[in-house]
Ligand binder design. Structure first.
Ligand code: HEC
Length: 378
């Protein structure tokens, strides 16, 4: 593991672009390909100490690799339709060890303004399983160069110029971002994605939106109050919020996760959980914890089970949360089984991706070879 290190005391003077070759790259790239100019990082606030903690060279190297991987994974192959290009980018991103391994298991996603500090709550903050973050969210953007890297007190921040892909249809968004006109604007005026690290791990990514009040935006779809819907052929939409979208087609855990989720979704519906646990975050917590669509609920897989176990005491989440009602009533045993199944199948599914798909060469004795649906012995 790479950690902050006191050995590297070269002060990083609150300015972005001092590490990672990010200062030399702009000139090269602008000369060759006319890449857009670097996006400056936030102006330090008056109370910002001039000498921020240095960024560990190991972390900087990891981030260089991460930024390069995102840029390459997002690239569109000539002739690809917007939809194919996005799907291809999502597959590449979620299969790239340098991207997935850089992130915490749960990553928060939010929208900020260029001058916001790294800790800003931002707009539409939502928590995501990292695999969903890579496959369904990051893939909506195209990444450019050069990136900027700076330290903001206790956080390292990597900012990569980015813009929303053109031609996304409602079913391609990971959830209906048009439910809020501010959010729609933020996605469509993205100029960069900022990655905030705790130690050497990406814990958050922020859409950085240009302050372009007059920018002409594509017309937002009419918001009809539905977070999910079925298309004319009966397929669950948005497709980017489905388990099958997030995992590889041969992952044996897709159907078990879906089955467990469908049963849980009925319970979430009848028990009123979705009044608070949707992307509009009516409970008003710092981040939305979404239960209303399968891919977004994956981020809560462990917390649902943990909370069930501590449901007798007051440590469970927030007193407004009715989670503890799950542990009561006739169906409690069945619900526990389903919640555990949902968590376990998700964990196994991501392990499968990690072993079979992301780095098969490191696992010559692939444990699933003969038993596709089961886990290797501990
Ligand atoms: C009235 C609003 C409301 C309802 C209804 C509600 N919750 Fe919550 N829930 C909250 C709040 C507030 C939190 C605290 C979130 C935080 O601290 O970020 C929370 C947190 C949670 C968490 C995360 C716990 C943790 O450790 O962070 C889970 C899981 C959860 N709720 C599940 C449920 C389920 C399942 C239901 C339905 C049985 C439900 N909630 C109903 C408001 C609600």
């Amino acid at each position: 593991m790479i950690r902050w290190s006191a050995k590297f005391l070269m002060p990083l003077l609150a300015a972005p672009c001092l590490l990672a070759g990010a200062c030399s790259k702009p000139t090269e790239e602008q000369a060759s390909g006319g890449a857009p100019p670097p996006i400056p990082g936030p102006t330090p606030a008056a109370d910002t100490p001039t000498a921020e903690p240095p960024i560990d060279p190991g972390v900087a190297a990891t981030l260089r690799e991460f930024a390069g991987a995102l840029h390459d994974a997002a690239a569109t192959i000539a002739g690809d339709s917007p939809r194919v290009a996005r799907d291809r980018a999502g597959v590449r991103m979620s299969r790239h060890g340098a991207i997935i391994d850089a992130a915490a298991e749960v990553v928060e996603w939010t929208c900020v303004k260029p001058d916001d500090r790294a800790e800003a709550a931002g707009l539409g903050r939502i928590s995501l399983a990292r695999e969903v973050w890579a496959r369904s969210f990051l893939s909506c953007f195209e990444f450019d160069r050069p990136f900027a890297l700076w330290s903001n007190g206790s956080f390292a921040v990597l900012e990569i110029p980015a813009r929303l892909r053109k031609g996304l249809e409602p079913r391609d968004y990971p959830y209906p971002v048009w439910h809020s006109s501010d959010l729609w604007r933020a996605w469509h005026t993205a100029v960069a994605i900022r990655f905030v690290l705790s130690g050497d791990t990406v814990v958050e990514s922020q859409i950085v939106s240009a302050d372009t009040a007059a920018a002409s935006l594509p017309a937002a779809p009419q918001w009809d109050g539905r977070w999910t819907w079925a298309d004319e052929r009966g397929a669950a939409q948005p497709r980017a919020a489905q388990i099958a979208y997030v995992l590889s087609p041969d992952n044996p855990h897709v159907r078990p996760i879906d089955r467990a989720y469908q049963r849980l979704a009925e319970e979430f519906q009848t028990r009123g959980c979705l009044a608070c646990h949707q992307p509009d975050n009516r409970a008003g917590t710092r981040a939305a914890h979404v239960l209303g669509s399968p891919a977004l609920a994956v981020a809560l897989r462990s917390k649902l089970v943990d909370a069930l176990d501590s449901s007798g005491d007051d440590s469970t989440a927030d007193s407004r949360c009715t989670l503890r009602t799950l542990a009561q009533g006739e169906t409690a045993g069945e619900l526990r089984r389903l919640l555990e199944q949902f968590r376990t199948e998700c964990d196994h599914a991501f392990e499968y991706e990690s072993i079979y798909i992301i780095r098969p060469e490191e696992y010559p004795d692939r444990p699933w070879r003969d038993q596709p649906a089961s886990l290797p012995p501990p």
